[in-house]
Ligand binder design. Structure first.
Ligand code: RP5
Length: 167
């Protein structure tokens, strides 16, 4: 339950199946790290298309700023949501089944002109969360500062590893 003073979610994370959850957790992890409120839903482009339509069409008016959509196989969920909302959609191809995620990657990345989906690597949900924060940060200086601080930590880690190697 959401407390009255808690900010509403800014990012909607949607996955096609609960079997995507181990991958999708990466997006939640990044958004938690960057202190961006989010919600997580299971909605399928194929098995529950009407819920997908309802979710996408109401996402902006509910205050969401970015959608992260993860799916495997014939991964139509990110593209379907992108077709139905003016919000930016980040697609996460989930590596499942015999084709190991190449199928999902191509399904998500090959959008027709005019309806883009920003696509991250197969199972690259963490980066989807970071990218969602960066998109929000473009118009929110506080979020931008948090993203900058995160990058400074990354750089410091590289520096520490290099220093250990040199010692
Ligand atoms: C896609 O089919 C889901 O996103 C999932 O990656 C894949 C397999 O779904 P399940 O059969 O595990 O529910 O729609």
């Amino acid at each position: 339950m959401q407390g009255e003073n808690r900010p509403g979610p800014l990012v909607g994370i949607v996955m096609g199946s609960d079997s995507d959850l181990p991958v999708v957790k990466g997006a939640a992890e990044a958004l938690t790290l960057l202190q961006i409120p989010f919600e997580v839903r299971i909605i399928s482009a194929h098995r529950s298309p009407l819920q997908a339509l309802e979710y996408a069409r109401t996402a902006a008016e509910r205050g969401l700023k970015v959608l992260v959509a993860a799916a495997g196989g014939a991964a139509h969920l990110p593209g379907l949501l992108a077709a139905l909302t003016p919000l930016p959609v980040i697609g996460v191809p989930v590596g499942t089944g015999t084709l190991g995620g190449l199928d999902a990657l191509l399904s998500i990345v090959q959008m027709p002109r005019g309806i883009p989906v920003a696509t991250v690597a197969v199972n690259g949900a963490f980066n989807a969360g970071v990218l969602a924060a960066q998109i929000i940060g473009a118009s929110d200086p506080e979020v931008r500062k948090r993203v900058a601080a995160y990058r400074e930590r990354l750089a410091a880690e590289v520096g520490e590893k290099d220093a250990r190697l040199q010692s």
